[in-house]
Write a protein that binds this ligand. Structure first.
Ligand SMILES: [Zn+2]
Length: 360
């Protein structure tokens, strides 16, 4: 008998999308008395009253007392228990379809996390077939791999682990304003994302990732123009104009500094003045050269620190020259150029310049 029932039961359970490895209370092959279940794990449905009552209780005469015998409303045999919030009713589970893939999961997995998708909670009224079977699923207008990425993130059983999967998660979570998975995707991509800086900048723009923007732009600006790749131009398109323009303005500023001489107010002996000025010119040009370095240029603010450190024990004329340069803010004028340029670039990426008050 049980051999005949076995396949029937497996069919029934597979239709319910239950994990075949998990013994179900209905599975006759697993049917063992509750008292002998390993680890004291009791399976309620198997415990019909007959196993719970003593012989004398079963022998009670019929009458008012007998009607108090267990009914569905009677106290649970194992003591009271409340339904945890992770307790899904059949009607909470929706059949969904994205592309050629079917999914079935509790609707609150998306309605509790996505404002735009909250309306899904109301799409299948009692008399509608929508979302209640594989035949009439709710259609999700997204790539199946994006929902797969979200669901694997949500269940935590097999979370995304490749750049591609995290990008799917980033895409779907951004699209439906799901902040938590989006933040996780950004963190993961920060660690494992192996894409060019221009792609990263493009992602900043596409998904409004403000935390990436300035560091990535700064690293991208540090790349010499000749090393930009065709892919960079394809990724950034017209946004490259602002970037090249800013670099040009900075270049112009540094070269102006390099070509001009800065006259020091000399306190040395008049006969030494000419040599002193020549020494200063050579010394100062070395510092400016750091700002024009082809691979690792430093900004004016750093150059000013170098100037201050190097003139600490210098002759008086040099210290006078340094004070004058610092007072006039000659080296740090690139900051204004940067603020204006980065502000314009940020706007071309869809950000407000005010989102980045700390440009250095
Ligand atoms: Zn001097």
């Amino acid at each position: 008998m049980s051999n005949q029932l076995g396949p029937l039961w497996s069919l029934a359970t597979s239709q319910r999308h239950q994990n075949p490895q998990t013994p179900t209370p209905h599975d006759p092959t697993q049917a063992t008395p509750a008292t002998s279940t390993p680890d004291g794990f009791n399976i309620g449905e198997q415990d019909q009253p007959i196993s719970l009552f003593t012989q004398s209780q079963r022998g009670l005469p019929r009458g008012p007392l007998a009607r108090r015998s267990p009914t569905p409303d009677s106290p649970p045999p194992y003591g009271p228990a409340e339904r945890h919030y992770i307790y899904y009713e059949e009607q909470d589970l929706f059949h969904m379809r994205a592309g050629d893939q079917l999914f079935r999961f509790p609707v609150n997995w998306i309605t509790d996390i996505s404002e735009p998708l909250k309306l899904l909670a109301n799409v299948n009224p009692e008399n509608s077939k929508e979302g209640k079977s594989d035949r009439y699923p709710i259609f999700l207008p997204d790539a199946p791999e994006e929902w797969a990425a979200y669901l694997s993130w949500r269940t935590r059983t097999n979370p995304p682990d490749t750049t591609e999967q995290w990008r799917h998660l980033l895409n779907i979570s951004h699209k439906y304003c799901m902040e938590e998975p989006k933040a996780d995707a950004i963190l993961a991509l920060e660690k494992i994302g192996d894409f060019p800086l221009s792609t990263k900048l493009q992602l900043c723009s596409q998904y409004r990732i403000t935390s990436w923007f300035l560091p990535t732009l700064s690293a991208f600006l540090a790349i010499p123009n000749k090393d930009y790749t065709p892919e960079d131009f394809i990724n950034l398109g017209e946004k490259m104009h602002g970037i090249i323009q800013l670099k040009g303005a900075l270049d112009y500023f540094y070269k102006e500094l390099l070509s001009n001489t800065f006259e020091v107010l000399h306190l040395c002996d008049t006969s030494e003045e000419e040599d002193c000025q020549a020494d200063w010119n050579a010394f100062f040009n070395e510092i400016i050269a750091l700002m024009c370095h082809p691979d690792q240029p430093i900004r004016g603010i750093e150059a000013e620190k170098v100037l201050q450190a190097k003139t600490e024990d210098c002759r008086l004329c040099f210290r006078m020259g340094r004070d004058s340069i610092v007072d006039k803010g000659i080296l740090v004028q690139d900051r204004e150029i940067l603020i204006a340029g980065v502000g314009a670039i940020a706007e071309s990426f869809g950000f407000a310049a005010a989102e980045f008050p700390d440009i250095e």
